[in-house]
Each structure stands twice: as C-alpha cells, then as structure tokens.
Write a protein that binds this ligand. Sequence first.
Ligand code: UDP
Length: 249
Amino acid sequence: MPDTDAPATKYNRVMLKISGEALMGDQSYGLHPPTVERIAREVKSVHDLGVEICMVIGGGNIFRGLQGSAQGMERTTADYMGMLATVMNALAMQSALEGLNIHTRVISAITMNEVAEPYIRRRAVRHLEKKRVCVFAAGTGNPFFTTDTAATLRANEMRCEAIFKGTKVDGVYDSDPVRNPDAKRYDRVTYDEVLQKRLGVMDASAIALARENNLPIIVFSLDEPGGFRGILAGQGTYTEVHGGPPGTA
Ligand code: UDP
C-alpha cells in the first residue's frame, strides 16, 4: 500500500549496500536477529514510498576470504566461503522482510536452486517492477572481489539511480571520526578524491566501476532510526560521492 504521508523522493530504484557486520548488533560474530529486523523495518519504510529496492549484504560478520587466506587457506576457496556467508545473510534478511509482508527474492550469483534463484538480469528487473525486494547474494560469484563491487555491478545492471551505502557513521570523513574528534565530513566528494585520498568509502574497483557509469554513492548512517527513508527524501546528513569537479556542491 503506498504511504500517503510519505516525503517526496526523486528515486525510483536504488541499491542498498550494507556490510555483514551491520547485522551483528553488539556481538562480535554472526547474526543478531533483532538487528536484522530493525534494518528490515528501515527497508520497509522506503518500500512503502513505492521505491524499488535492490540490496547487497556483505559476509564479514561470518567469514572474509582474506582472513581465511591469512590463516593458510587457499585464497579462492576462502573467497567462496565468504560468498556463501553472504547467502546466509541474504536469507536472514529475506526472512525478516517477509515477516513484514514484503515480498523478497534472494538471487544468487552462484547457482544453488534449492535456496535461491539464479541471477538472470531480466527476471530480476521484473521482480523489481513488481515491487519485490531483490537481495543479490554470493557477491559477483568470483573470488578476489568484494560485495562493494558486487553492489556496484548489480546497481549498474539493474539501472539503479544510486547506491546507498549504510554504515556506522553519517558520511565520508577526511579521517576516522571515531578516533579523531576533529575529523571533517564531506557533503560531496568526487570519485577521484575518494581514490586519491584513500577515503575508504568502498574498495577501489567498486569506486572505479561507479565512476565509469556515473553512479552516485550516498554514504549514510544506518544506526539513525528512519535514516534511510529520510536520506531518500534528501533529509539528514550524508555524503554524496559523485563525478563533478573537486569540491563542487
Ligand atoms: N567475496 C568474493 N567475491 C565477491 C564478493 C565477496 O570472493 O564478489 C568474498 C570475499 O572473500 C569477501 C567475502 O566474500 O571477503 C565477504 O564479502 P565482503 O568482505 O565484501 O563483506 P562485508 O565486508 O561487506 O561484510
């Protein structure tokens, strides 16, 4: 049902990227169901605006390939384990969203027909048109990539208007705001500045892919209740990563 008191948004179709760690709550590992449910409610409040939603969730709360390879595991095997971790997170999100009556499809880059749909672009587009949330799982399906790159790839394929990267802080800072109280937040910053200053928004291949396709990346705090919906309506604080000349507002 469309939300009649809804704030206006210029977006029709967006990608929400969150890390696996966002699902941990205060734990140091794994899934914290109340946190998954809280994020699902944030997604629902945007879905209620009639916006079509794609999601990519990382796997870092369960397993990261680099971590495994540092412990002597073969890198590609460790990366496949990381991709499988993202499938578990996607299923947890699907369950939480469906608990809120939002039709959700988990679409996996690695075929596993018993648990998720295979990735077929045109089929995924059709789901979005029918207002189903699409959670893209298993990253790009290839080792040596990250879910930031997967989110950028799928956002381009699905023709999303922007990637919304939900983090613990309300944007991109010139240094770590947790450690440095004088850290300055950017309202807007270019892809090139992010790469040159190593601002740590997303990994370099994701930023380069977004730059090539002029896909804006909006970094916002996922801890702010109602934050995702507000940001879509242009409210609240966030940083937009864009392609214009440096420092342009
Ligand atoms: N991964 C991969 N290819 C991809 C996406 C992910 O190999 O296209 C693996 C990689 O090992 C990575 C892990 O999956 O460490 C979990 O993803 P990521 O680190 O991006 O999760 P996040 O940090 O966002 O929780």
